[in-house]
Design a binder for this molecule. Structure first.
Ligand code: AHR
Length: 495
């Protein structure tokens, strides 16, 4: 049996916004403190307090966008605590998350706005700041925008200069709260709509009168359609104040490592719910704001296994199964490039489905890092309609059946780039028909995780063994036929 991936080279979906390949870093467990920031007195090598090993790994892949400081943390964060001389910054509670394994719910504020924005510049990353709606005020948020973005002679712009930064940072993306149906204030959708309008009114006022009109506001949505409907209805004639409506989707795979065949497929099935989430959210936007240019921001997504609990700072083993599931989700985002405007994998370093893990001596790339690296050619390219013919694995009535092969394709000046993953526990043969008569895979195919068990996970000692291998492939009449190992991900470039 041969599976088929049909790429339609003239059926363009849209440009794949680079921000779809974004990430999320919260003051939670060892994501910021320990994973990224260790300060100047640390034994480990640093650059301005950031560990150079983590920095090096993040520099080596494209990181188009980074969302900060939360998450739930955002709606209890007062940004002025995190500016100015570090020794004068107040220690505060971290209401939601333990700072490491000793359950010390304290925040030193050593890593604040300037540290974050300078990290983004260093990584050539667009910053996305999530503001405090639940326990904050519009004034506090607009003051934050002024501190970050204003070039004039005002108190906050001058405080930024006093803190060593002359030029504005020009932060484009501003989240109006986070999960405001839950940790972000427990609003009902109608009340959040009023609150959103109130915050947006002042942010838009700043942008119109003191900015350059380039702020993009992200409103809090939900994967539950009724929240989105009631929120959009509550905006009345002010839907134009929203640039992106956010949804979050975490999915469990039970135990991260110790799973049977049923649980193996259940993770994929759970991850595929994102397709329906996007369709439903797009439907609501079409109903309540027809013709408005509102994108969908999946600004938290990823695997959340049983091992990740608040007590251990949401840490879990990073397996091949997780990485293969991420490939399928990125295919979903590519195929919805006309609706999804940003997405942020949770959470960059050490927490949940991360790119980088660290211990006291070193940092290493996870299997999911390898997938993001393999998908880099899609960033900013044009997504092409891609149809996959494959078998499906039925899991249960609650979640979607799992197509055993997932794929997406895009084109750019460099030709057509196809990524596909085999979720089957057996190898499969896949014929990729590019629809281009003479296309050739001159560089072969890059294959991740060949011969690796899906339960294998990275440690400081084995991370290199998860790197891609290159295999030569045969092309004939624009079709490339690949032997795709069990639980693996492939990238192939055709010109
Ligand atoms: O990513 C961990 C938490 O999950 C975030 O703080 C919150 O937004 C979500 O519920």
């Amino acid at each position: 049996m041969v599976d088929h991936v049909h790429v339609h080279p003239h059926d363009e979906i849209d440009r794949i916004a680079p921000e779809i390949y974004g990430h999320f870093a919260e003051h939670l467990g060892r994501c910021i403190y320990g994973g990224l920031w260790v300060g100047d007195d640390a034994e480990i090598e640093t650059e301005n307090g950031i560990r150079t090993d983590t920095l090096g790994l993040l520099e080596d892949i494209e990181l188009p966008m980074l969302r900060w400081p939360g998450g739930c943390f955002a709606d209890d964060y007062h940004w002025e605590d995190g500016i100015g001389p570090r020794e004068e910054r107040p220690r505060r509670r971290n209401l939601w998350w333990a700072q490491g394994r000793e359950e010390v719910f304290e925040e030193s504020n050593a890593f604040g706005t300037d540290e974050f924005l300078q990290l983004c510049e260093r990584l050539d990353t667009e910053p996305y700041l999530a503001s405090n709606v639940g326990s904050g005020s519009p004034t506090e948020t607009v003051d934050w925008v002024e501190y970050c973005n204003f070039d004039g002679d005002t108190d906050y712009a001058n405080r930024r200069r006093e803190n060593g930064r002359d030029e504005p940072y020009d932060v484009p993306y501003w989240g109006v709260g986070n999960e405001n149906w839950g940790c972000g204030g427990k609003y009902d959708p109608g009340d959040y709509a009023l609150e959103f309008r109130r915050f947006a009114q002042y942010l838009r006022g700043y942008d119109r009168n003191m900015g350059d009109g380039s702020l993009e506001l992200i409103a809090c949505g939900h994967t539950t359609e009724s929240w989105n409907r009631e929120f959009m209805a509550g905006l009345g004639g002010d839907a134009h104040m929203v640039d992106h409506l956010s949804i979050h989707r975490y999915y469990s795979g039970g135990d991260a490592v110790d799973f049977d065949e049923e649980a193996y497929y259940k993770l994929f099935s759970n991850s595929l719910q994102l397709d329906g989430d996007i369709e439903r959210t797009a439907g609501v936007l079409e109903t309540y704001a027809p013709g408005a240019d509102i994108g969908i921001a999946v600004d938290e997504w990823g695997v959340w296994h049983d091992q990740a609990t608040a007590d251990n700072g949401l840490e879990q083993p990073q397996t091949v199964r997780d990485a293969v599931s991420a490939a399928g989700v990125l295919d979903i985002f590519n195929s919805h490039a006309d609706r999804v405007t940003m997405a942020n994998l949770a959470q960059t370093v050490n927490v949940l489905q991360c790119l980088v893990e660290t211990d006291e001596e070193s940092a290493w790339a996870t299997p999911t890092y390898r997938v993001f690296d393999l998908y880099t050619p899609h960033i900013g390219a044009t997504a092409l309609r891609t149809v996959v013919e494959t078998d499906e694995h039925e899991v249960d009535a609650d979640t979607p059946d799992v197509p055993l092969v997932s794929a997406s394709a895009s084109h750019s000046d460099g030709g057509v780039y196809v990524t596909l993953s085999n979720r089957d526990l057996e190898a499969r043969t896949v014929a990729v028909d590019t629809g281009l008569d003479a296309a050739e895979a001159a560089d072969g195919a890059e294959i991740l995780f060949a011969g690796t068990d899906p339960s294998e996970f990275t440690t400081s000692d084995n991370a290199d063994s998860f790197a891609a291998e290159v295999e030569q492939v045969e092309t004939e009449g624009g079709t490339v036929t690949l032997d795709v190992p069990a639980s693996s991900v492939v990238g192939v470039h055709l010109e």
